[in-house]
Design a binder for this molecule. Sequence first.
Ligand SMILES: Cc1cc2nc3c(=O)[nH]c(=O)nc-3n(C[C@H](O)[C@H](O)[C@H](O)COP(=O)(O)OP(=O)(O)OC[C@H]3O[C@@H](n4cnc5c(N)ncnc54)[C@H](O)[C@@H]3O)c2cc1C
Length: 407
Amino acid sequence: MAVKGFDKTPAKSSYDVVIVGGAIMGASTAWFLSDNPDFDGSVLVVERDPTYEKCSTAHTNSCMRQQFSIDLNVRISQFAAEFVNNIREYMGGDDRVPELAIRSFGYMYLADSEKFADVLRESIKVQHAAGAATKLMTPEEIKREYPFYNVDDIVLGSINIVDEGYWDGSTVFDWWRRVSRERGVEYVANEVVAMTRNDAGTRVTSVTLASGEVISCGTVVNASGPRADRTARMAGISVPVEPRKRFSWIFAAEQPLDRDLPLTIDPSGVHVRENGGGTYQCGGHGDLDPAVEFDDFAMDHSIWENHIWPIIATRIPQFEAIKVQSEWAGHYSMNVFDHNAIIGPHDEVENFVFLNGFSGHGLQQSPAMGRGTAEWLTYGEYRSLDLTPFNYERIARNDPIIEKAVI
Ligand SMILES: Cc1cc2nc3c(=O)[nH]c(=O)nc-3n(C[C@H](O)[C@H](O)[C@H](O)COP(=O)(O)OP(=O)(O)OC[C@H]3O[C@@H](n4cnc5c(N)ncnc54)[C@H](O)[C@@H]3O)c2cc1C
């Protein structure tokens, strides 16, 4: 990870846009701003940890799916696929940028009740209307195509093997940072610790850095992941986002499966997917799911033995003989209001822009969210994909948008 070149002190005392947090969302926004010929402002990205060791982006599963229940979420992920599949073209034909491909093993949602099967049946209509290639599968069909599953309790499955699976998020992240910095976006290794508002309380006029500098700003973008609410509170406002712990394991199977394992969402919520070379990546969380401290990344080793492994070994009996190779805990920035993105300006502090609450789907949303935020900063409106349904105002109105396909 390129720490080199991250100065602590900004070159100037004033910027048109100050982005708080330089992981995938901050980097995407900065790159899309730098790529927009109609934007000629200055951009400062403040990142408290340029090793990115603890951020959500570093702990991701790095997968994308089109199986959402809301049309806008489907379209947001479709743009992710479009961007990843054509990254070099999007990055101006720069031949240093590698070509990327999505490893489309698909997500296999398994329903063990008619109630959840009905959710899959309803969601597929939305996905098909948006052009996704999802198909429903009976247990017999699942068993024919993926003989390794135990489908005894399964009523219905749903899978899409077009533009759905693993992608190389860290390469996209690296190139967004690299190219935007080449174009003049400034990244500093520092922390925003306070904000000052104007007398009317309608605008943030400056941010204060941990090193003491006070930087004037035209707009502030909150791309601080699990710390979203902490950052919002600096501007005297709040956002319903909490750090929630998610555990991941990589394991090798004694007898690897004879074909790619889709990212399988067991009815219990535990998920497991192909990781290549006879290894698999698995994720889940404990029965209790409290908000945690920002620096709490302790593993709970009992969860694997008592909860996760029994579930996956029941679902895929070949996984009775496996060896865990690595494990880690990461944080979702959980939007506890409705699990969807919160994007765009605050309703009263008008130059405070949210880019928050992505829970378990922020990596795939980063191209559309960065593009949308850059459009909003440049034109005062979204131009490619209307993201206004995910605005902050819905929280004030108590008008949640329920996404049923949350992992
Ligand atoms: C286990 C796990 C699996 C996941 N799997 C997937 C997946 O398969 N697909 C998918 O699409 N998404 C997935 N996600 C979600 C995705 O990783 C996140 O939604 C996404 O990375 C969020 O990016 P972000 O930039 O908003 O936040 P982060 O990556 O957390 O970055 C926020 C940054 O802000 C910085 N910061 C915070 N406060 C300040 C401050 N005051 N001053 C300066 N800097 C600050 C932090 O240091 C950090 O670098 C997963 C997440 C986890 C934890």
